[in-house]
Design a protein around this ligand. Structure first.
Ligand SMILES: [Zn+2]
Length: 271
């Protein structure tokens, strides 16, 4: 998860257990607009077998259905499922197994992906192959609910949500930038999986093009600090959100907070 960073350094940010494993979150984001209820990413789901899960030790009490219920919603209320990319820990919750069938969890939702990314997920290279599971991807197309986001870099997908595309982690990963009160929230997906990854050389070994990720981080973090964006972390085990500041050592986290505690002005954002 930390690429070339030595364990003596990353172990302070996210201490490993006796099996050298770290705890990570799979944190989705729920965005409510006037006419949509949008879920951004949805974790790894529960349809894989015990052998698969034994590699990842999923633990904790959270589930999407349970957290949606906290806000008075069910999976049937979701109008749009926005998938930043199709790695299993981001899209696996889209589809569930019912008997022998693989069916959408969000029965009334349109599923959004990127056309170039979709193609690369169906024809993966050997290094990335283990992250793209056919059972997560093909049933989305088969149910007729798949659409591709056509907005270009920085353009609006729907009013209030624009899309930044990055290519270092995987081909055409989409980061939604959500207008929120008088600021913007960037859903960082795997460009910045945790707050520790704000430091430029902290790039995951999973990334297909680490130097490209580094350049994308440099550019997007500058834009974020200049415009006082809030960063939302999908994988950080503790830090849900932060804002940024310039320091002598580069851009760093200023304050960590939960999105629900942030001063709401227009609309609602829940994780
Ligand atoms: Zn990923």
């Amino acid at each position: 998860m930390f690429g070339v960073v030595p364990k003596s350094m990353w172990n302070k940010a996210n201490p490993a257990d006796e099996n050298n494993m770290c705890t990570w979150a799979m944190r989705a984001l729920l965005v409510q607009t006037d006419d949509r209820l949008i879920l951004i990413d949805n974790g790894m789901g529960n349809k894989q077998d015990d052998k698969f899960f034994s590699h990842y030790y999923p633990h904790g009490e959270d589930s999407l259905a349970k957290n949606l219920a906290r806000y008075g919603f069910t999976t049937n209320d979701i109008t749009d499922v926005f998938l930043t990319h199709l790695h299993f820990d981001h899209c696996g919750g889209s589809i569930e197994r019912v008997g022998n069938d693989l069916v959408p969890v969000f029965k009334n939702a349109t599923y959004w992906s990127d056309a170039a990314h979709w193609k690369s997920a169906l024809e993966p290279n050997e290094r990335e192959k283990a992250s793209f599971l056919k059972e997560n991807i093909l049933p989305i197309e088969a149910c007729g609910k798949l659409k591709f986001v056509s907005a270009g870099y920085g353009e609006e997908w729907i009013p209030g949500i624009s899309i930044l595309r990055v290519h270092g982690h995987t081909e055409s990963m989409m980061l939604p930038l959500i207008s929120y009160g008088d600021t913007k929230v960037l859903f960082c997906a795997d460009l910045l999986p945790s707050a520790a990854h704000i430091s430029l050389p902290w790039v995951m070994a999973y990334d297909m093009q680490p130097l490209q990720t580094l350049g994308e981080k440099r550019r997007i973090l500058k834009e974020a600090v200049d415009n006082n964006w809030i960063l939302f972390f999908e994988h950080d085990p503790k830090i849900e959100c932060c804002n940024l500041m310039n320091t002598e050592r580069g851009i760093r986290m200023q304050t960590a907070f939960n999105i629900a505690d942030h001063q709401l002005q227009n609309g609602t954002v829940n994780s």
